[in-house]
Design a protein around this ligand. Structure first.
Ligand code: URP
Ligand code: ZN
Ligand code: ZN
Length: 482
């Protein structure tokens, strides 16, 4: 065959199903050959290293627009830098609907900001106000533009939808061929417990998990899945924190419902006890659902290993610890109810999952690739372009040293947030360099991609999220209510 523009030579190629020694030939930004002894104009040595598909982070918040006209502190430049530092080359982030404003306007503004990305990207559209016009006109329009997934919240003011609103979004997604992703916690139960905790004087970050015990997540997961079953609309349950929620997903799957589960590094390595650190320190670990206890973390690993939770994303969220814009935005004495939720984790995602998962024998190397890249690419319609190492795929590659021992520090994360909840954590396994569409964009932690070199990934219809055709009484209510 003709000489490739670039060859990655001598590494162990790891996909979601195989591991094998091969050179990777790249031309025009794509993989064109997998063979022995390839020749390229440029050669990159990967001897002793694993060569993984670039990470696909299908749930992270980058420069997300806020209703006050501002945006998250994590910009597309800093977020891309952090992603590349940790081996992630593709991200799906969030465009928000603001009540009373056309979705297309905020989506256009968001796309404008994302034009400075250095990673490839797509969006989930958050639906907060499913008016008739949104259901009838706006959702079809944005899905047709390639934003083929919607996000809904069953809790959080002012984002949350009630059950009827959620049903209407499910039906709109079914009609237009989009996946619905769901934040599953019971709004009223959390509110009720929060009021009681505050009345009892339990205001510190430690009480955040008390306000949302696991049953609150199980109930909302069951309801989200049951209503999706009613409509026959596929969903993904975001950030599962406990085996009770995973159990609801597994039970639904067993009866043929198309539902997938995601978890995040914070739920397998952080704990509720982290929120009990002195002073305000616990706020650094506060996200929703809450990190739980050690037995719950082990149970989640088991759900990962048995495939119920088949995507591990970061849910990277842009709140600093110091300064007025972040965790202290409502003051240094804010109660747990008024502290912004979310933790940063774009760069830490792969190293933590590799070290704690593969390194400790909880998952295999191929499972690691599926969890961090392949499954998300498939579920969100990016596969086979993203998420694998195969002929024709984008040459998004991570050269990974499985033996390198690293202590995670804030400096290594390269994000705009001023802390990492994983500070001081020892990991084994680290990305040495990253290629994005055949270009070296990270080498030894130095980012070499110019702002604006990332590409928007418009997502076309795909089979994986096709409805099953099974509905109660065979009656498709979504076809009659737009
Ligand atoms: O606490 C979290 N997870 N914050 C980010 C927003 C969300 O709920 O995904
Ligand atoms: Zn959420
Ligand atoms: Zn999130």
């Amino acid at each position: 065959m003709s000489e490739c523009e670039l060859v990655v030579r001598g590494g162990t190629v790891v996909t979601g199903v195989d591991s094998f020694r091969a050179d990777i030939g790249i031309s025009g930004g794509r993989i064109v050959a997998l063979a022995e002894r390839l020749q390229g104009v440029t050669m990159i040595e990967a001897g002793g290293l694993l060569v993984l598909p670039g990470g696909v982070d299908s749930h992270c918040h980058i420069e997300q627009l806020q209703d006050n006209g501002g945006a998250d502190e994590e910009t597309w430049e800093s977020g891309s830098t952090s992603a590349l530092a940790g081996g992630t080359t593709t991200a799906i982030t969030f465009s928000t609907q603001f009540k009373g404003r056309p979705i297309r306007d905020s989506l256009a503004e968001y796309r404008g900001r994302a034009a400075r990305a250095m990673i490839d990207y797509s969006f989930h559209q958050i639906i907060t106000d499913p008016t008739d016009a949104v259901i009838r006109d706006e959702i079809p329009e944005i899905v047709a533009s390639g934003v083929r997934s919607l996000k809904v919240f069953l809790t959080y003011d002012p984002l949350r939808l009630d059950d009827r609103q959620y049903l209407r979004v499910l039906a709109a997604a079914r009609r237009t061929g989009a996946l619905v992703t769901v934040h599953c916690e019971n709004y009223d139960a959390i509110k009720w417990r929060t009021e009681a905790l505050l009345a009892a004087g339990h205001t510190s970050p430690k009480y955040h998990p008390w306000s949302r015990p696991r049953i609150v997540e199980r109930e909302a997961t069951y309801r989200a899945v049951a209503l999706a079953e009613l409509v026959d609309q596929p969903i993904q349950v975001f950030h599962v924190s406990c085996p009770e929620a995973a159990e609801e997903i597994a039970r639904a799957r067993a009866r043929g419902v198309k539902v997938w589960g995601e978890t995040c590094p914070q739920y397998v390595v952080l704990g509720a006890d982290d929120m009990d650190r002195p002073g305000f320190e616990g706020a650094k670990f506060m996200c929703s659902p809450s990190p739980r206890d050690a037995p719950t973390r082990e149970a989640l690993w088991a759900e990962i290993a048995r495939g119920v939770l088949d995507v591990v994303s970061s849910d990277h969220s842009g709140w600093s610890f110091e300064g007025a814009r972040g965790k202290r935005t409502n003051g240094a004495e804010a109660t747990f109810r008024d502290i912004p939720n979310g933790v940063p984790g774009l760069a830490a995602r792969l190293p933590i999952l590799f070290s704690e998962g593969v390194g400790k024998g909880r998952i295999t190397l191929n499972e690691f690739v599926r969890l961090t890249a392949t499954n998300a690419a498939k579920l969100f319609g990016l596969y086979p372009r993203k998420g694998s190492i195969a002929i024709g795929a984008d040459a998004d590659l991570v050269l990974w040293d499985p033996t390198r021992q690293v202590t995670i520090t804030q400096a290594l994360m390269q994000h705009a947030i001023d802390y990492t909840p994983y500070e001081g954590m020892q990991v084994t396994g680290w990305p040495v360099s990253v290629l994005r569409r055949g270009e070296v964009v990270m080498r030894d932690g130095t980012i070499q991609a110019p702002p604006g070199s990332g590409q928007f990934l418009a997502r076309a219809p795909y089979d994986m999220i096709r409805p099953t055709g099974r509905m109660p009484d065979g009656f498709d209510a979504s076809a009659f209510l737009a």
